[in-house]
Design a protein around this ligand. Structure first.
Ligand code: HEC
Ligand code: HEC
Length: 459
């Protein structure tokens, strides 16, 4: 009897979440999408679903201002923008100031971070005390989703401005543009890009005499624009003018990231696909898993399938997309596998701090990382990833759909790629530290949390 009772209760808890609302591309959707679950209606999409271009454009453009206003209001409930600080001594590899926090708002019933961290996950969930900013962050127009570029990129490439929605995070919380590019084969050259954005127009001049012919051809393909869903020559698009599309390096600028968004290609329905902040592809010569959830095993395979079509092979035929043969995707892999991590002058050959070069706070932070804070068990030196996937079970702290398995991203060069976590919900390293302190129940003091963040900036 008792076990039947618990089974029913469990079932009620599972199915207690409401089903996803039924939406078409362009429709406004609830901000807290993590509260919904269920099956969708379609797997394959079609360019015809948007109907006629002029009326599609008029409808979604007409709603842009109100969708963005609602979005800004919601983000204000997650983050206290005024809490962002900078320190002239704390900079990314190319010199941009690192945003420092925490900027996540404490729930109004929690007095301090330390008080919150003393509660159990069950208690935090029952009293609804998990900060909204630690819960999944959706795409600002999730019904359409797809690639969304930040303002720093749009300024240089206005042809990528969408008429339906703008990026929802300020440039202060995004990587520098353009970022430095380091090659594992030519560390002596430092930043090979020398402050420029590598494009189809300049790549040959920059890399002649530096790359092999094989790598050069791979790079050419990485900076060549191809049509994708929503950026192409058909009516199925979100730019005013028909478009040549997007290049791999339009998001992975110089082999790093500009903070452009997308949705997880590996999940359906549309509203269950999580927001993805473009990851850096620096240092992937030491990685054996690619993608947050899809566990893709080689760079060549990744180059072959990437998310141009949101994982929808039917759209590729309809918008006239890339059809690269194996030798081409292999060459793209060949270039991607020589993109290096940024130099870390305070780390030794085993990826640990050189005591004489580090401050006392950084040294205390390292000790915490590999000790009390438990970070090192999933992010071991020298590359600060275990090259595995974990189920972090964040949803034990709030009522929502389970988040599932995720790849452990490397923390080498992590100061260069805010915002953090797959959807960018954690805007600064200090927010990440608060998040994991709560998640892992490590009970760090305020001073220890600062030391840990100082260590992360050395990586
Ligand atoms: C929206 C801009 C965007 C464009 C354009 C783009 N990517 Fe990505 N890239 C992403 C996002 C978002 C992810 C995360 C995907 C995932 O987790 O499944 C990603 C992941 C990757 C990864 C895996 C990184 C890791 O550490 O797991 C590789 C490799 C990669 N992209 C290569 C490419 C290549 C090659 C192209 C061009 C064919 C390309 N990307 C085009 C945004 C982009
Ligand atoms: C149980 C394994 C595990 C432990 C322990 C762990 N992490 Fe992670 N970490 C992950 C995984 C998995 C991800 C990717 C999660 C995602 O994006 O959904 C991640 C992501 C991150 C990110 C964001 C990376 C990015 O590119 O956005 C940072 C920063 C980070 N961890 C720091 C820490 C710190 C600091 C600690 C210790 C306080 C820690 N982690 C402990 C597994 C772990």
């Amino acid at each position: 009897m008792a076990s039947l009772f618990w089974m029913l209760l469990l079932f009620a808890a599972e199915s207690g979440l409401p089903p996803f609302p039924v939406v078409s591309p362009g429709d406004p959707v609830p901000q807290k999408l993590y509260q919904y679950t269920g099956k969708g209606a379609i797997t394959y999409d079609s360019v015809d679903r948007i109907g006629e271009f002029a009326s599609w454009r008029a409808a979604v453009h007409g709603r842009k201002a109100s969708v963005q206003k609602d979005r800004a209001g919601y983000l204000n409930t997650r983050y206290d923008w005024a809490a962002m600080r900078t320190d002239a001594a704390c900079r990314m590899s190319g010199g941009k100031l690192i945003p420092m926090g925490p900027v996540t708002r404490l729930p109004k019933d929690a007095a301090t971070w330390d008080a919150l961290a003393k509660l159990t996950p069950e208690e935090i969930r029952r009293r609804d005390l998990f900060p909204e900013g630690f819960r999944p962050l959706s795409h600002p127009l999730h019904s359409t989703g797809h690639m969304l570029f930040p303002e720093s990129w749009i300024k240089a490439h206005p042809e990528h401005r969408r008429f339906d929605i703008d990026h929802d995070l300020g440039d202060a919380f995004l990587p520098e543009f353009p970022p430095p590019l380091y090659l594992t084969t030519r560390p002596d050259m430092g930043d090979v890009a020398r402050g420029r954005e590598i494009t189809l127009e300049n790549f040959r001049e920059v890399f002649d005499g530096v790359l092999t012919p094989e790598q050069m051809e791979g790079l050419r393909l990485l900076v060549t624009r191809f049509p994708t869903s929503w950026f192409n020559f058909t009516k199925h698009r979100v730019t005013d003018e028909p478009s040549r599309g997007v290049a791999c390096f339009d998001c992975h600028v110089n082999g790093h990231t500009n903070g452009a968004l997308g949705l997880d290609p590996g999940t359906r329905p549309q509203l269950a696909r999580v927001r993805l902040d473009t990851p850096s592809i620096r240092g992937n010569h030491v990685m054996s898993l690619f993608s947050l959830k899809r566990s893709i095993r080689t760079l060549e395979h990744f180059a072959e399938i990437e998310e141009y079509f949101d994982g929808d092979i039917a759209m590729q035929l309809q918008v006239g997309g890339r059809q690269l043969d194996k030798p081409s995707t292999n060459r793209m892999g060949d270039f991607m596998s020589i993109i290096g991590f940024p130099p870390a002058s305070k780390l030794d050959r085993l990826g640990r701090l050189i005591a004489a070069r580090a401050t006392p706070a950084e040294r205390r932070g390292e000790e915490l990382f590999f000790g009390k804070a438990q970070c090192g068990s999933c992010h071991p030196a020298p590359f600060y990833t275990d090259n595995r996937m974990h189920d972090l079970r964040v949803e034990e702290f709030y009522t929502g759909r389970a988040e599932g398995w995720a790849k452990t991203f490397s923390l080498r060069g992590i100061k260069d790629s805010p915002p953090y976590f797959h959807d960018g919900r954690l805007l600064t390293l200090e927010d990440t530290v608060e998040f994991f302190n709560l998640l892992l129940g490590t009970g760090m003091t305020a001073a220890e949390k600062q030391d840990l963040a100082a260590f992360l900036r050395c990586l």
